[in-house]
Ligand binder design. Structure first.
Ligand SMILES: Nc1ncnc2c1ncn2[C@@H]1O[C@H](COP(=O)(O)OP(=O)(O)OP(=O)(O)O)[C@@H](O)[C@H]1O
Ligand SMILES: [Mg+2]
Length: 389
């Protein structure tokens, strides 16, 4: 389960996975795009950068997001089928990047709430271990893209709020990173008109690119930074365009056309450098015909659906894959020529498990605690397994 930077829906997918020799098979068992409870979504949007409502509201939203993800998981278990493990990404509250280094990241969505709804082990906090190892913690699509698409030189591009790219199957790959905005600035411009998004890219199709404005936006140093890199609403927030362009902000459809061009250009700049033979696109931006038309000039473009993963659900299936890898103690980030592609110094098994063990594993429970000083009894091990904690 995942909700991305757009906070548009909670995406849930059910997958069955098994490994024979070196091949992992992922069977897609179905997916749901579940609407957020309207009030929670509204408050989340009011709490995400650049807003900062303070710790009491963060705690409330951590609990309520956990409830929403828990209810989503319970519904998926009823409608799609049973599961052994739930992977719950939650909603990113803040992904803190300073001078290209990720200081930390915080996802809302209390996993204990998800466990309470499902009774299943819940893997959450998926980005922390990679960041602790010095990585960006995002994007996390690299293992899926490398395992699934790595036999052909490919750029896998996910068009969410933010656009991320993984290059696989080339001599210099795999590499990965967030290229910048896909839909987030378009959504912010649409919100100013009282719209949820520029539906089917209708406004973008009606305008013209404002070259001066585009040039000013392209001058953002983020775009020139090499991969790996990651970003989010902290940087590309609702006030970003006005902050960059001020009174020179295009109006009407021209703003939308210019923002589509910004997304397409910044994705293309990264993709071109690696000369892949195909472009596999996914995410909500697949529904924006102008964005797809601009990207299709690059190289053989196909939606991920053509290869078996629905564009709207690829990231939810990615969560399932990360769960399988972590459950088996395997790293969740692909290795590139210089180590994990997120820039981490070492490979990390992703996520934390709630509860740490199934309740049934814990019997027999003690009924009494004796405390003694180190010495005579120190180091004694009980039958059920002692140890230093
Ligand atoms: N019919 C449509 N026309 C235009 N844009 C659309 C349409 N449907 C979805 N979108 C865009 O796709 C966005 C949602 O895409 P998606 O769910 O992949 O992004 P996300 O949840 O932000 O994920 P990420 O974490 O990858 O950024 C919407 O906010 C909207 O901008
Ligand atoms: Mg989404």
């Amino acid at each position: 389960m995942i909700s991305g930077t757009s906070v548009d829906a909670i995406d849930v997918a059910l997958a069955d996975m098994y490994q024979v020799d070196d091949t992992l098979t992922l069977t897609t068992l179905g997916y749901l795009e579940l609407p957020w409870p309207a009030a929670v979504r509204e408050r989340l949007l009011a709490a995400l950068p650049p807003a900062s409502p303070g710790p009491a509201e963060w705690v409330r939203l951590h609990a309520e997001t956990g409830e929403a993800f828990g209810a989503a998981a319970a519904r998926a278990l009823t409608e799609l089928g049973p599961a052994d493990l739930v992977v719950s990404h939650g909603q990113t509250l803040h992904h803190l990047v300073e001078r290209g280094r990720v200081v930390g990241t915080l996802q809302l969505g209390d996993p204990a709430r998800v466990h309470a709804h499902t009774g299943l082990p819940v893997l959450a906090d998926l980005r922390a271990a990679d960041i602790a190892a010095g990585g960006q913690g995002a994007p996390l699509a690299s293992t899926l893209d490398a395992l699934w698409l790595g036999d052909v030189p490919t750029a896998a591009v996910n068009l969410g709020g933010i656009a991320n790219v993984t290059i696989v199957g080339t001599d210099d790959g795999p590499v990965t990173g967030d290229t910048g905005p896909a839909n987030c600035l378009l959504d912010a411009a649409a919100a100013d008109l009282g719209l949820r998004c520029d539906v089917d890219g209708a406004l973008a199709a009606a305008g013209r690119v404002d070259e001066a404005a585009l040039g000013a936006l392209l001058a953002d140093p983020y775009f020139a930074r090499p991969l790996p890199k990651s970003t989010g609403r902290e940087h590309f927030h609702a006030g970003y365009v006005r902050q960059m362009l001020g009174a020179a902000t295009p109006t009407g459809p021209d703003l939308f056309t210019t923002l589509v061009e910004l997304s397409a250009r910044t994705i293309a700049d990264v993709v071109r450098r690696h000369r892949p033979r195909r472009l596999v696109v996914s995410g909500g931006g697949v529904a924006n015909p102008l964005l797809i038309q601009r990207l299709s000039r690059l190289t053989g473009l196909q939606p991920s659906d053509c290869l078996g993963l629905p564009a709207a659900a690829k990231e939810a299936y990615l969560m399932a894959l990360i769960g399988w890898l972590s459950w088996h103690g395997l790293p969740g980030v692909a290795r590139g020529p210089a180590g994990p592609v997120t820039g981490a110094a070492r490979a990390a098994v992703l996520g934390s498990l709630t509860p740490p063990r199934a309740v049934a594993d814990l019997a027999p429970a003690p009924t009494r605690l004796v405390v003694e000083a180190a010495g005579a009894g120190a180091g004694a091990r009980s039958e059920t397994g002692g140890g230093r904690l």
